[in-house]
Design a binder for this molecule. Sequence first.
Ligand SMILES: [Zn+2]
Length: 128
Amino acid sequence: MTQSISERRMAENEVVFRQYNENMQKSVSDLNDLAAETGQHDLGYASDEPIYFYCECSDENCRRRVRLEPSKYSEIHKHRDRFVIVCGHEVSTIELVIGKSTNFCIVEKFHTPPQRATKLNQTNTKNI
Ligand SMILES: [Zn+2]
């Protein structure tokens, strides 16, 4: 089974969103460390409070958020081919919904995407 260029691009877009989310998660965890070091436990980041991650669907114009706990997010992303998206944003040609919750769906790619992608692939020229 071969993958078309557009399918590969859609998968790479999801990797870009995942990187945004991982950076955001890291920032929260850095703030936690800082708060712990300086004895400030009232910053509101101390526990595993749900945060708004970007929807990791293949639409480069999607700016929806999904709300879940950082620990849950990490758990899902132990599998490099799994992503968290708004339910209904899945593309059946490249991924399969393997889990659902009230706030989000988990999809698994048919093809494991690259670890890193540097930019969003534009599939159209629409200005945001
Ligand atoms: Zn989306």
